[in-house]
Design a protein around this ligand. Structure first.
Ligand SMILES: Nc1ncnc2c1ncn2[C@@H]1O[C@H](COP(=O)(O)OP(=O)(O)OP(=O)(O)O)[C@@H](O)[C@H]1O
Length: 236
């Protein structure tokens, strides 16, 4: 079967410097791939390049057969790619309701994910509609960042370290939300340092080192290979 997201020979970086040196990645439709790797290997650069924030030097990024490498961010968003960025990017003075209204106005496509459905999935946000971004906990901000991305009805959702800075109980809620959106058919690429979260939600792992994917495995296999985890990630 042809992968829904197919990245081949992706070279990218900043101001002529190379971070991704010919990266290949596949994600099946409706599947969850976790991209793992130590700090600084280029995980955020991968997300930024797929999303069009960083223009690739070379290579191919196809979504459902359509070439997106080098396209503008708005074209990529309309083609069905959504992102939950690292650090959440919630605006301090805007309320939850205002964030959602802006995201709904700017949405790339209509589809199953509307405000009512998202508030059903993320009930805590419904209780905080009148609260400003800077009044939300880290977990609430993360749920808002996810809600904003879902409102765009992406077919491919890129999440950049959604567990960062969250308490373990909230991390498992984030994991449940990711599983639920994937169960509805959305394809997910999850960049994570939290191995437990990655292994509990994804079907496959792709491990990055120095700007390329050096190891791919089904999660169950990676979970039962402590030698691989130590060698590739430096963790037990
Ligand atoms: N905007 C930028 N301009 C120049 N260099 C950058 C920029 N963003 C990242 N880099 C560099 O690119 C390399 C890869 O960074 P990147 O953030 O993609 O890695 P990462 O795997 O996501 O790391 P982390 O896990 O710490 O978030 C690093 O050497 C970093 O310093």
């Amino acid at each position: 079967m042809k992968p829904f997201l197919r990245v081949r020979g992706l070279r990218s970086g900043y101001a002529g410097g190379v971070v991704l040196g010919g990266l290949d990645l596949d994600a099946e439709e409706g599947g969850i791939v976790a991209v793992l790797g130590r700090n600084g290997v280029g995980k955020t650069t991968l997300i930024s390049t797929v999303m069009g924030f960083v223009r690739p030097y070379e290579g191919s990024i196809t979504l459902d057969g359509r070439e997106l490498a080098g396209a503008r961010v708005d074209v990529i968003a309309r083609a069905g790619v959504g992102v939950v960025p690292q650090g959440r990017r919630v605006f301090a003075p805007l309320t939850v309701a205002e964030h959602l209204a802006i995201a709904a106005r700017r949405r790339a496509a209509t589809g199953p994910w509307n405000r009512a459905r998202i508030l059903y999935l993320l009930p805590r946000l419904g209780e905080r509609l009148g609260h400003r971004g800077d009044e939300l906990s880290g977990g609430e901000q993360q749920m808002l960042a996810i809600a904003r991305a879902l409102l765009g009805n992406p077919r491919l959702l890129l999440l950049d370290e959604p567990s960062d800075g969250l308490a373990p109980a909230i991390v498992s809620q984030v994991g449940e939300v990711i599983r639920e959106v994937s169960a509805e058919g959305m394809t997910v690429v999850l960049v994570e340092q939290n191995l437990a979260l990655a292994l509990s939600v994804a079907e496959h792992v792709a491990v990055m080192q120095k700007g390329s994917i050096v190891h791919r495995a089904p999660c169950a296999e990676f979970a039962s290979s402590p030698g691989d985890r130590r060698r590739l990630l430096g963790v037990d």
